[in-house]
Design a protein around this ligand. Sequence first.
Ligand SMILES: Nc1ncnc2c1ncn2[C@@H]1O[C@H](COP(=O)(O)OP(=O)(O)OP(=O)(O)O)[C@@H](O)[C@H]1O
Ligand SMILES: [Mg+2]
Length: 394
Amino acid sequence: VQTICIIGAGLWQKPYLSRARELGYRVIACDWSEKAAGREYADVFEPIDVKDKEGVLNFAQRHSAEAVLTAADVGVPTAAFVARKLNFPYHTEILAYQATNKAAMRKTALEQGIPIPEFRVVGKEDDVLKPALDLHFPLICKPSDNCSSRGVTVVNNEHELIDASSLARQNTSDGNILLEEFMQGTEGSVEAICSNRQITILGICSKIKSPLPYRYDLQLNYPGHFNSQEVASAETLLRNVVRGFNIIDGIIHLEFIIKNENAKLIEFALRGCGSNVITHLIPALTGFDAVAYLVHQAFGRRQIIELNYQKKAVLKFVILPVGKIRSINGVDDILKRSSVVDFLIEKKPGDYVQSARDGRSRPGYFIAVADTLEQLANEAEYINNTLKVEYENP
Ligand SMILES: Nc1ncnc2c1ncn2[C@@H]1O[C@H](COP(=O)(O)OP(=O)(O)OP(=O)(O)O)[C@@H](O)[C@H]1O
Ligand SMILES: [Mg+2]
């Protein structure tokens, strides 16, 4: 039996651990949290911080791992380090850094001629006003190294820049923030697999975004609401990123904004889209088991990718009013629905709902799949009407 080391064992990583186990591999996994939701699927679990490169290396060695995999963004640089030390197939450390540090990503994209917004990197001690005035308002202000849109806001003037830059700074580990031209247009993302530089696109979505100034997602529609030129432009952007960053294998999640049939890069990641898109939505949309593919690929095994169909799917986040929840009803009926491949409400009676500012503060979501857009719209409406959340002191 071969052993795979999975870095990160939380809620979103759980399907990777369970699938690897089902495929007959021995799974060793670590996570900073002793109570990680996926730990029961690991043959060996240890509470080690995903960012602790030496600690994870030592863990992989002690338990004779032969491959490494992570579905967490913060795990990518660690996986690259372990893979170099133990000679496993994985991305190089330089690529792992460029894929997880937004400043490094922008610099490389610029050198490679990949379309990106105008940007400035602002160091910890640097003045933010001068670069902001250089770029013109409105701007996007964001941390150099975080995810889930934490600390990302739109800034309209000098006054808003003060709070925006301090929020972004609170959300970085290196103190660097980015100011960027606020690109207008329709946002979307692509999920794709690379195998020896060959790209297979699993799905392209268009997004409905949160109200300003925040920029978390409200809804992802598969296939995206794009015409054929727009799709071609997103595909070209993906090819340029794969070539320019020298991506050879693995999954890629690429975010873009399209205007006038021209896609520009927001960012890409060397893991699938979060919120169970890769584990639940893509298999239901296409019939392709991406998780199994990635587990095998971690050992250097290349399998044929077959996309058997192209259904319609939606990932919709549940946004609730602010207040203290008294009761939640309808969950069982929603879960019974055959169109619903995933549904989660992270709140329970007695919990307080805060207003959402980023991806982490969204209280829940569902993923539904159907043969036609009309059926899908009906299913989404059914779910909306069936979920009943009551509040204390309404
Ligand atoms: N230059 C830009 N122009 C327009 N919108 C942008 C720009 N940069 C970021 N955004 C918006 O902010 C969102 C979050 O930014 P970004 O993806 O860089 O941060 P993140 O924390 O990695 O987010 P996530 O994990 O949610 O993808 C994007 O999805 C996009 O809507
Ligand atoms: Mg993003």
